[in-house]
Write a protein that binds this ligand. Structure first.
Ligand code: AMP
Ligand code: MN
Ligand code: MN
Ligand code: MN
Length: 311
């Protein structure tokens, strides 16, 4: 019998597959963005929206910036919601960009703050090169345009994409990424982000939990995916996103199995950026498959979810 068949049979006997339903939405969301990075809502608006969507435990995870956490926490507490300090760090691993979410990080932890400030400086230099690439193919005013949309926040590819749509150059954001902002296209710039070990180390040292964001989105192949999981765990990483707006339902199960295989916990988040800017709306995301250990297992903030599970 082939190895894969043996594994599948073993899996079928050790897990109750009938319990894997994905249509039930949940009240926890551990991944979303505000105007501090490339989201459309301010931290306060985002919390108000999450509340309206029925979210009870919320983590704000802006790209490379913890600047929205204090305001978001105050807004969440005012509404009786549980708030989790978060961040999504851009990382380079084997020449690829990987995102590492930090949950329960300390926004005042100086080494993490200064390392993120360095990443943001790198973003500014990268943005100038992106603008040059776009201008070389006749798209004008890109740097100033993207900066006007970003206001005082970091510059991301999303801001360039929004500028190109608003300026009438391209019909929608999705098309901008396809035509201009992905590998090999005029607005794509190879960039060196934070090393994996540093990102995981800083998250942990600040008291937080490191999570691999949307693993299904990286074009890694089986060997490299396993190597990533292994290295991440060796550095002290604790969880991977299993249910995310970036995964398909078959990927929920695929990464639930992967989490189990590498003794990693499972996280869940919409990756919401704003209405119409996300694959999924907040509060409409599926629950974790039952065979996962939730990353919030020991969190006081999510105690009510444990009670729900026990019932
Ligand atoms: P950056 O960190 O500057 O490379 O920007 C990455 C951000 O661009 C991601 O966090 C997404 O919000 C957005 N993004 C990436 N790929 C796409 C895509 N194909 N369509 C729409 N937005 C995308
Ligand atoms: Mn983003
Ligand atoms: Mn991401
Ligand atoms: Mn994200």
């Amino acid at each position: 019998m082939r190895l894969r068949t043996v594994f599948l049979l073993k899996y079928a006997f050790t897990h109750d597959c009938s319990k894997h339903t994905y249509f039930m939405s949940t009240t926890i969301d551990l991944h979303c963005h505000s105007t501090i990075s490339d989201g459309l809502y301010s931290p306060e608006q985002l919390v108000a929206y999450a509340h309206q969507q029925g979210i009870k435990v919320l983590a704000l995870t802006d790209h490379d910036d913890m600047g929205g956490l204090h305001v978001a926490r105050a807004a969440a507490e005012q509404r009786g919601m549980q708030f989790i300090n978060g961040v999504e760090i851009s990382v380079t691993w084997k020449k690829r960009t990987i995102h590492i979410v930090g949950l329960k990080v300390d926004p005042e932890y100086a080494p993490l703050k200064s390392a993120l400030a360095e990443v943001r400086e790198g973003r500014l230099a990268r943005a100038k090169l992106i603008a040059e690439g776009l201008e070389a193919v006749g798209l004008e005013g890109c740097f100033e345009g993207a900066q006007a949309i970003a206001d005082s926040s970091i510059l991301t590819r999303s801001h360039f994409a929004r500028y190109l749509v608003e300026a009438g150059y391209v019909k929608d954001v999705k098309t901008v990424f396809k035509k201009y902002m992905t590998k090999g296209k005029p607005g794509f710039v190879e960039h060196e982000w934070m090393p994996l070990a540093q990102a995981v180390g800083l998250i942990k040292d600040s008291g937080g939990t490191a999570v691999i964001a949307h693993p299904g989105r990286y074009d890694l192949g089986r060997t490299n995916m396993h190597l990533l999981m292994h290295e991440f765990r060796k550095h002290g990483g604790e969880a991977i996103e299993v249910v995310t707006g970036s995964h398909t339902p078959p990927q929920y199960q695929q990464f639930a199995v992967m989490a189990h295989k590498f003794s990693l916990k499972a996280s869940l988040g919409s990756d919401f950026h704003g209405p119409g800017m996300s694959y999924i709306e907040m509060g409409r995301i599926a629950d974790l498959p039952r065979n996962c250990v939730p990353v919030w297992q020991d969190w006081a903030e999510a105690a009510y979810l444990q009670e729900k599970q026990a019932n």
